[in-house]
Design a protein around this ligand. Sequence first.
Ligand SMILES: Cc1cc2nc3c(=O)[nH]c(=O)nc-3n(C[C@H](O)[C@H](O)[C@H](O)COP(=O)(O)OP(=O)(O)OC[C@H]3O[C@@H](n4cnc5c(N)ncnc54)[C@H](O)[C@@H]3O)c2cc1C
Length: 475
Amino acid sequence: MLVVGGGINGAAIARAAALGGHRVLLVEQGDLGHATSSASTKLIHGGLRYLEQFEFKLVRESLKERAVMLRIAPHLVSPLEFLIPYDATLRPWPMLRAGLLLYDLLAVGGALPRSRAVRADAGGGRSVRALSYWDARVDDARLVVLNALDAAEHGGAVRTRTRLTRARRDSAGWVAQLADCSGGASEVVAAAIVNAAGPWVSETLNDVFGAAGRSSLRLVRGSHIVLPRLYPDERARLLQQKDGRIVFLIPYQDDFTLVGTTDIPAVEPGDSEPTPAEIAYLLGAANAYLGSHYGEISIVWRFGGVRALYDDGSANPSKVTRDYHLELSGDPPLLSVFGGKVTTARHLADEVLDRLGLAPGDTAAHPLPGGECGPAVAFAAACETRWPFLPAGTVRRMAHAYGSRTSTLLGDAVTIGDLGHDFGHGLFEREVTYLHRVEWARNAEDILWRRTKLGLRFTAEEAARLDGHLRELEA
Ligand SMILES: Cc1cc2nc3c(=O)[nH]c(=O)nc-3n(C[C@H](O)[C@H](O)[C@H](O)COP(=O)(O)OP(=O)(O)OC[C@H]3O[C@@H](n4cnc5c(N)ncnc54)[C@H](O)[C@@H]3O)c2cc1C
């Protein structure tokens, strides 16, 4: 099987195929997860707001997946408490309460606490009536890499910076032409192709397969900003907006707060740059709640992502279904993936295999690489004891990123000097070598913005030094 697109969907499909014992090749034209799958709100969630759109099946499935992901990737997926501050001019209290009771009910059997009424600190010493509920957060880009790694460790092949340029059916099956970033071209024969090109799914159908792309694909951009930490506690906020939308404030990477998202029509698959209007909207939402005056100057990072949604005819981009849609055609088969969520990628992957008449492996029981570590907080504390010479923040970061594989990485190190050159902010040569050798990292951006989020801390000069080192490793 050839899988096109190394976002979360393609990587999860490659993993399901490899765990099922099938021969699979995953090709990604850039870095793993470089597109929509590293630009999400980073939640593994049921999607509370989809209840308003009566998407009960999607919410139930997503909540089941939340429980699976907490189990198979406890290092990367962690429970997170959310507060919904009450605003008497917006959704009535009984409606919020009923929505959360339904959410609790749909999550039954999951391990997270139930919702309850609480008080929340808003800015300026104000305390407001609020509701608390639980969901989970994830490092989205690392989730993609760990799916690809699991596929590779179970016999799958992964080629990054490799683009599928053309595919035709002949008597042997699909004959697919691949182009890599160094100008190299190659041909592979596959019994089936899965088009998991995300926002490029329609373009790929047109340009690669010469098939009619779907006009019913809706491209919707969502943007986020990262600000210095906005408040001391570890609970996220779900802020209702006057236009009916919601904006999350999510404690992020210890020292920051992630604010998102918007929902506006995008023109092209690569149309991911946040606009000034989106930035102003997000800053406005955070400032209105906190009574603060953060401006553009405070923004540490901004990013946008394009959702490829299956068009269900909704006029409002926020209301287009977030459920996925699979389209299977011809023999040998071509299966195209439309839409989906990070949360449901594993389930989607199982269904893709099923639609192709192949048995997936036991994707819900088999831990993702490093996922044998058990509860992450206790594991991180054990790591701090085992490698006391490293700053606590660095060991915690590594424990969450690599789980039980932290010991493969740090292993026998007994002093900081054993970890090689210090690139800054807790990134040492040994980790860089590992990321290059094992996790397909090729340049500083891959490491600073996807394998880690140290890009939030690195200066341009430090990043350039890291890039120089990776160029040497590549040579
Ligand atoms: C703003 C925003 C917030 C979101 N928040 C959440 C959230 O909190 N939780 C959640 O569960 N979901 C969330 N989602 C949804 C989720 O991010 C997406 O559903 C998911 O990332 C889609 O993954 P994908 O693999 O389909 O697409 P992508 O990640 O875009 O991957 C497609 C890949 O295909 C590659 N490709 C394209 N053409 C070719 C070719 N010819 N050859 C080789 N490679 C090719 C591209 O380079 C790309 O990497 C959010 C989405 C957005 C936009």
